[in-house]
Write a protein that binds this ligand. Structure first.
Ligand code: GLN
Length: 303
C-alpha cells in the first residue's frame, strides 16, 4: 500500500510548476538541483518504501536541530527547559524580534535561537561535542557513515551573520554559558549534516517508535519525552508555517532549508521528503504538497 501511494505522489508532484527557490543565503545550498525529488517512508515494522532520488545525500539544515535537542533532553531531562521554551514562535526561523522582547530566552529548540541554546548546553555537557554529537546522530540513524558536509559548513560559517546576531543577543542577556565562537561552530556543523531521504526516514523512526531505536532496541528518550518532542515538532517544526503544516498534513515534523522535511505518525511510520525549492517561509514547496497528499491518500493523520 505505502509503495503504491508514494509512486502516485511522485507522479502527481513531479510535473507541478510551483513557485519556490533554493536557499541562497548559504551559497553552497544554491547549487542544488531544483528538479531533485525523493520520498522515503519507513514503517514501524522496519520496512522501507522509496521513490525518486532516494540515494542522494542532501543537507539536513534545521531538521538536524531535532537530533541536537534529543541529545540535550536525554542528558539534562527537564532541566533543558531552563534554557529553551516550548512555545511556537509564529516568526521566521532566524528572527531576532521576539528574542529581544523576551530577555534572550528562545521560544523553542527548533528555531535558530533555540538550537543555538541547545548547542551551548552540549558544549557544556560533552567532552568532545562535535564528535559526540555526530556519533549520537550516527547511532540514531544506524549508519556509521553519516557525516558533516565540510563545504556546507564553511559556506554557512562565512555568511551566517543572522546567527551571529542571535547568539550575541542571547549572550548579552547572559543566556549563553560558553564563548559564542564554539557554539556557532557546533551549530553550523549540526546544520551541515547530510543524509539521504532513506536514512532520514530511518532516523526519524525513533520518534514514531516511542523513543526506542528500532534496530538495536535501545531506549533513547522515555515515552513521555518522545511525546513531548513530537509535540514540539507539531507546534514549532515549521516556524511561521506550523499552523499550515498541521492543517494540511497533520503530522509532527521538521523542515530544513536544504529542502528536506521529515515527519512521523506515532506508532505507524516515519517519512522523509526532499525537494530543494522553498517557499517564502523556508519550507520545501513540493515536500509540503507530497506530505499533504500522503496523509490524504492514507486517510490517517494524528487528528
Ligand atoms: N543553517 C540554517 C540557518 O541557520 C538552518 C535554517 C533552516 O533550515 N530553517 O539559517
Amino acid at each position: 500500500m505505502f509503495q503504491n501511494i508514494l509512486e502516485e505522489i511522485y507522479q502527481e508532484v513531479k510535473p507541478l510548476i510551483l513557485n519556490g527557490q533554493q536557499a541562497d543565503y548559504i551559497p553552497e545550498l544554491a547549487k542544488t538541483d531544483p528538479l531533485k525529488f525523493a520520498i522515503s517512508l519507513t514503517s514501524t515494522d522496519g520496512k522501507h518504501y522509496d521513490v525518486g532520488h532516494t540515494d542522494e545525500k542532501f543537507s539536513l539544515q534545521s531538521i538536524a536541530k531535532v537530533f541536537a535537542f534529543t541529545l540535550a533532553y536525554k542528558i539534562k531531562g527537564d532541566a533543558v527547559f531552563k534554557h529553551v521554551g516550548v512555545e511556537p514562535s509564529g516568526d521566521p526561523f532566524n528572527s531576532l524580534i521576539q528574542l529581544e522582547q523576551e530577555d534572550g530566552f528562545p521560544r523553542n529548540p527548533l528555531i535558530n535561537a533555540g538550537a543555538l541554546a541547545v548547542c551551548d548546553i552540549l558544549i557544556s555537557e560533552l567532552k568532545n561535542p562535535e564528535k559526540e554529537l555526530l556519533q549520537f546522530i550516527q547511532k540514531l540513524a544506524g549508519h556509521p557513515d553519516i557525516n558533516y558536509n565540510h563545504k556546507v559548513y564553511e559556506s554557512e560559517k562565512a555568511t551566517g551573520y543572522k546567527n551571529r546576531a542571535l547568539i550575541h543577543l542571547m549572550k548579552s542577556f547572559d543566556r549563553i554559558q560558553n564563548d559564542t565562537g564554539p557554539v556557532l561552530d557546533l551549530y553550523f556543523k549540526l546544520c551541515s549534516v547530510e543524509m539521504t531521504t532513506r536514512e532520514l526516514s530511518q532516523t526519524f523512526l525513533l520518534y514514531a517508535n516511542h523513543g526506542q531505536l528500532p534496530l538495536s532496541g535501545e531506549q533513547i528518550l522515555t515515552k513521555s519525552q518522545t511525546k513531548r518532542t513530537n509535540a514540539i515538532m507539531q507546534t514549532c517544526g515549521f516556524y511561521d508555517e506550523a499552523g499550515e503544516f498541521s492543517f494540511r498534513v497533520g503530522l509532527p515534523g521538521k523542515s530544513g532549508v536544504g529542502g528536506g522535511i521529515a515527519a512521523l505518525h506515532p506508532g505507524r511510520y516515519a517519512v522523509a521528503v526532499w525537494s530543494p525549492p522553498l517557499n517564502s517561509k523556508g519550507n520545501s514547496v513540493k515536500g509540503m504538497k507530497a506530505l499533504e497528499l500522503l496523509t490524504t491518500k492514507l486517510g490517517w493523520s494524528i487528528f
